[in-house]
Design a binder for this molecule. Structure first.
Ligand code: CUA
Length: 667
């Protein structure tokens, strides 16, 4: 008990510095009291678990991180679009296909938005989806294995920013293109022909209910604008989707000026149930396209990449009553739907108000054809007719809005660096708190769902300036945790993040932890090069390929002595981890390999490819501290000159040649 108290005081003292405007204010009574109170609220005692998983995008590191809340402790990095040498993601033979695209192997991407799967609009704890912005892709991550299970490329897209956003029952993950592009099938056109030839494709990627398997069901071929963000309808607006769009000027150069001409841009309302009907009626057209679909199989522990050459498209010109534009003040960014599905909140990043649209009024305006002209053949609904109201003078540069489930919204403001709480009905501003600094996205646990879990809001900040110890030219980015359980929002904690914390969702630990995978069953391992026991370990030569069927168990490899490898060979170490205990991975590394290590989970097989670069004896070893004798978990591979007559031989403690040599070495 005493130890805990001391820790709380120590934390409080540390936190004192965080809350003060300047370091020399630390310890002054007001700040210290506040900090002490805050420290208790985020203190997770040693051995205790956090209440929420925070699944955080790594931004330009192309990964996800898993953070515990309220502590802010980083639990794991999940590699998605970027190679990750720490565990061999994108380096092992099994995972390389996951990073295949129609452009070939792409080892990096820029990840922005996380979407957790939902059933009936509520978190179900199955999967996390995340976008690759640069080479348009959507990934699905299992919340059981915390690994990337699937990546699908999005054709006809030039920057997969408005993605992935999912429908209430996870029927679709939806992706809108940030940069309109000419269709892949007819792409060699003049940039100046933007208005005629460029299209803003929106992709509806279906998600299988049981397996999560993705497929591009159809694409909407909309006018050439820039889609920024989106949210699905839910509750009464289930069946609709809302996308913010800018550059309705359709400029193709100097967008900072040319795409800020109009007083209002649009939110695009899509009736996707209607789109499904048109598809069923045969209105879809297959177009040539090229995209990769990569799937990781948990039984073979291997990924396959398939290239697909066509995509189904729907042209709005042939599908009336499917799309409507709603005017939205000045370059809308965030587009968020409240938990009931009644209100759609637009956030014009150059606007002085926050417009809130009413789904009921949208339906009435459509029925009464209360239009304000059209845009490229798509009706534009009259702004006043669909408006629930405007939040006046909320702040500068509204970006994103999430909901607390108590009838309130909280909006982030980049320019004025603050979070602002307002009431959805009255549109009155209720509270505001500063962020340090320049908040982008924000997250309330369950905030985008029908049933927010509330309790906290987390601000994901772009700039930290003086908030942390300096680390050279680049400083950390950060998140800030606020208590929203009372009337006033209260800052509790700052924590640095891995990469750029672009967007995140938080989900109660109780929905996820019970499903966490502990091992892969060895008897279910269908890897083509598995060795299910040491008796199955062997080395096989196929021309200049040498396949090592290797096993690892505390604390040795079988075989751990190999001879007969020759210069010019490609050596494949297929390492099966025979352990069937939780949290006993073994690592495997080879001196001088132009490759990463591999980290093999219990019951799994992973392959490291090695092209020997010199004649001699090369050590191999386990990289993960697996037991008291981890340091002994090692071996040797002898490489002889090309054309050498040394036969293949191998063993662990049994290879006569190796044993003899070891005895000599010991003398
Ligand atoms: Cu196995 Cu260290």
């Amino acid at each position: 008990m005493k130890i805990i108290n001391i820790s709380i005081i120590a934390l409080a003292m540390l936190a004192g510095g965080f809350f003060a405007c300047k370091p020399d204010n630390a310890g002054k009574s007001g700040g210290a009291e506040l900090a002490g109170d805050a420290a208790q609220k985020v203190y997770v005692a040693p051995g205790k678990h956090d209440e929420f998983y925070n699944i955080v995008s790594g931004g330009f590191n192309g990964q996800l991180s898993v953070v515990g809340l309220p502590s802010g402790r980083v639990l794991r990095i999940i590699p998605v679009f970027s190679q990750f040498a720490e565990n061999g993601w994108g380096y092992s033979e099994e995972t390389k296909p996951m990073l295949n695209t129609s452009h070939g192997f792409v080892p990096w991407d820029d990840s922005h938005h996380v979407a957790l799967s939902t059933t009936n609009g509520e978190h179900d704890g199955k999967w996390a989806f995340i976008n690759g912005n640069n080479t348009p892709r959507i990934a699905r991550v299992s919340l059981s294995t915390f690994r990337t299970d699937e990546i699908i490329e999005i054709p006809n897209s030039g920057g997969n920013h408005s993605s992935p956003f999912i429908t209430a029952n996870s029927e679709y993950a939806v992706a809108g293109t940030r940069f309109s592009v000419p269709p892949d099938a007819n792409a060699d056109v003049s940039i100046n022909s933007f208005k005629q030839n460029f299209k803003g494709y929106i992709s509806f990627v279906s998600i299988d209910k049981t397996t999560g398997r993705m497929a591009i069901k159809f694409q909407l071929k909309t006018p050439g604008v820039s889609f920024d963000l989106a949210r699905a309808g839910k509750g009464k607006s289930d069946g609709w989707f809302f996308f913010s769009c800018y550059n309705t000027e359709q400029a193709n150069s100097l967008l900072e000026v040319n795409a800020s001409q109009k007083d209002k841009d649009f939110i695009l309302a899509v009736n996707w149930k209607k789109a499904e009907q048109y598809l069923a009626q045969g209105k879809g057209k297959k177009e040539a396209a090229k995209f990769a679909h990569n799937v990781y199989d948990e039984k073979t522990h291997s990924a396959t990449s398939t290239i697909i050459n066509e995509v189904m498209t729907l042209d709005p010109k042939e599908c009336p009553d499917m799309l409507y534009f709603m005017p939205c003040p000045k370059s809308p960014h965030g587009c968020d739907v409240d938990p009931t599905g009644s209100y759609i909140v637009g956030s014009g990043k150059l606007a002085a108000v926050i417009p809130v649209f009413s789904f009921d009024k949208i339906q009435q305006a459509i029925a009464a054809k209360t239009f304000d002209g059209s845009f490229d053949g798509i009706p534009v609904l009259k702004y006043e007719a669909v408006l629930h109201g405007e939040v006046k003078k909320p702040g500068l540069g509204p970006l994103h809005t999430e909901f607390d489930g108590q009838g309130n919204a909280i909006t982030s403001f980049f320019v004025s660096s603050e979070l602002v709480k307002w009431n959805l009905q009255s549109l009155e501003v209720l509270d505001r708190v500063p962020t340090y600094y320049s908040v982008g996205h924000l997250s309330i646990p369950g905030g985008p769902t029908s049933k927010p879990h509330g309790k906290y809001v987390i601000a994901y900040n772009k700039i930290t300036k003086d908030r942390y110890l300096p680390t050279g030219p680049e400083l950390t980015q950060s998140a800030q945790l606020y208590d929203i359980s009372g009337e006033k929002m209260k800052l509790l904690l700052d924590f640095p993040t891995i990469g750029e914390p672009h967007y995140a969702e938080a989900i109660p630990a109780s929905l996820v932890e019970k499903n966490s995978r502990k091992i892969f069953k060895l008897e279910e391992n269908n890897h083509p090069y598995v060795a299910k026991g040491e008796k199955e370990a062997k080395v096989v030569r196929k021309g200049n390929e040498v396949h090592v069927y290797m096993t690892s168990i505390r604390s040795h490899f079988t075989p751990d002595n190999i001879e007969g490898v020759k210069m010019g060979d490609d050596v494949y170490f297929h390492v099966t981890n025979l352990e069937q205990d939780w949290d006993v991975p073994h690592g495997f590394a080879v001196r001088g390999a132009n490759n990463a290590e591999i980290l093999i989970m219990p019951g799994e097989t992973c392959t490291l490819k090695w092209k020997p670069s010199r004649v001699g004896v090369t050590p191999i070893y386990c990289t993960d501290f697996c037991s008291a004798l981890h340091q002994e978990m090692q071996g040797y591979v002898r490489v002889s000159p090309a054309g050498s007559k040394i036969p293949l031989s191998w063993g662990t403690g049994k290879n006569p040649t190796a044993e003899a040599e070891q005895k000599v070495a010991k003398r």
